[in-house]
Every structure is written in structure tokens, then in C-alpha cells.
Design a protein around this ligand. Structure first.
Ligand code: NAG
Ligand code: NAG
Ligand code: NAG
Length: 197
């Protein structure tokens, strides 16, 4: 995660390292959680970076089973399994975007902001992944693994074409939306509900 190709990536890393040091200088005990607000921002930036789904890419759409069961909750308030599944989703998104192969037509600045916020959330909430895994996390992780492998192969099969990326972006928007729609109430980062578009 620390070695990335572009100079932007190097800058991003330096910035995030600085943020990380600040965070370490001022520990905030008892605040190990994901932030719903940031997940909402991630969704908004992903939506803005490319605008509407281009009609010319409709032919590239493939059916991919949504990993909704990975976020299933039995109604308990602080569901560690769900929270960890959301965390795993963010690290998988970070990995997908790691090779800087996104279409040049996407807004570069927004892509940068998106990657920064995804990484910031991963970095600030590391504690979520170091907690002892709940028994049900194995199933959640398997589902997410299948899903993200599928997205990665869509990109590879189509040689990271703009349309392949549009299909992946559309998928990720759906999945993030599902998380925002369905998990906020089950995680303790849900301090107040906001209207994410
Ligand atoms: C809900 O799930 C949590 C963690 O997965 C578990 O600890 C709890 O016992 C479950 N509650 C019910 C009512 O099934
Ligand atoms: C990034 O590139 C490496 C080396 O070419 C490749 O092995 C990896 O699968 C790529 N990652 C993604 C998410 O496409
Ligand atoms: C999220 O909720 C909105 C409003 O209720 C709904 O229109 C949309 O289909 C939902 N999306 C997903 C992916 O659950």
C-alpha cells in the first residue's frame, strides 16, 4: 500500500503519512469505528468522477451477483461482522484503484480525492480489522472476495478499457449505496442519518 507508481501517489502517501502521525499524536481511545459520513463521501466522489453511465458502455454490462449477504445483520446494534465487511469493502476498493488505470475521461482531481478518502478511512479505522474476527466474518469475506475478484477480472478481460471501468464504477456505486441504505442503523458510527444522494 505504500509503494505506488505515480508522483500523485507519492504525494498522497506523504500527506496520509502526515495525517497518520497527527492521529497518533492525539490518540482517541474508544473511538475505533468507521465513519458513515466518509462512506457517504466516497460514494459521492465515485458518482461525480465520471458522471452518468455512458450509454455506449451498456453492451459491456455483465451480471455480477451483489454481495448483499455480506452486510446482513440480525438487528443487533453494534454488529462487528457488518462493520468489518464494510472495512473489507474499502480495502478491496483501494486495491482495485491501486494501479492508476482509470479512464482519462474521469475527473483526475475527484479520483485523487476519492482515493485519499478511501485510504484515510482504511488508515484511521485499522483497529476495526485488528479486532478478533467474528465467527460470521469468514462467510462475509468469502462473498466479498468472489465479488471483487469478479470486478478485477472484468477490468483485466477488457484490458482496463473505459467501459470496463464504467461497469466497475456502476457496481461499486450500487454496493456503496446498499451499505449506506442498509447498514448505518446497525453500526455505531451512525450518529445521525444523512441524505446521501
Ligand atoms: C446477532 O449476531 C451477533 C454477532 O453476529 C451475535 O452475537 C448475536 O447473538 C446475534 N443475535 C441474535 C438474536 O441472533
Ligand atoms: C495491478 O497490476 C499488477 C501487476 O501488473 C497485477 O498483478 C494486479 O492484478 C493489478 N491489480 C488490479 C486490481 O488490477
Ligand atoms: C437505496 O435507497 C433508495 C431510497 O430508498 C432506493 O431508491 C435505492 O434503490 C436503494 N439502493 C440500494 C442499492 O439499496
Amino acid at each position: 500500500m505504500c509503494t505506488r507508481g505515480s508522483p500523485f501517489a507519492a504525494m498522497r502517501f506523504a500527506l496520509l503519512a502526515a495525517i497518520h502521525c497527527l492521529a497518533q499524536a492525539r490518540p482517541t481511545p474508544g473511538r475505533c469505528h468507521l465513519q458513515g459520513r466518509l462512506v457517504g463521501e466516497v460514494h459521492g466522489l465515485l458518482e461525480r468522477m465520471g458522471g452518468r453511465f455512458p450509454p455506449e458502455c451498456l453492451g459491456d454490462v455483465v451480471a455480477i451477483a451483489a454481495p448483499t449477504a455480506a452486510f446482513r445483520s440480525n438487528g443487533t446494534k453494534r454488529n462487528a461482522g457488518v462493520e468489518r465487511a464494510v472495512y473489507h469493502t474499502l480495502t478491496s476498493i483501494d486495491f482495485l484503484f491501486g494501479n492508476d488505470t482509470v479512464p482519462v475521461s474521469w475527473d483526475g482531481r475527484t479520483v485523487e480525492d476519492f482515493q485519499n478518502i478511501v485510504y484515510r478511512q482504511i488508515d484511521e479505522s485499522k483497529c476495526v480489522s485488528s479486532r478478533r474476527a467474528t465467527a460470521d466474518f469468514k462467510d462475509r469475506r468469502r462473498l466479498l472476495g468472489l465479488y471483487f475478484d469478479r470486478l478485477a477480472s472484468v477490468l483485466q478481460e477488457k484490458e482496463f478499457s473505459a467501459c470496463a471501468w464504467e461497469v466497475v464504477r456502476r457496481e461499486l456505486l450500487q454496493t456503496l449505496k446498499f451499505i449506506l441504505n442498509n447498514t448505518l442503523g446497525h453500526l455505531f458510527w451512525a450518529r445521525r442519518r444523512r441524505n446521501f444522494h
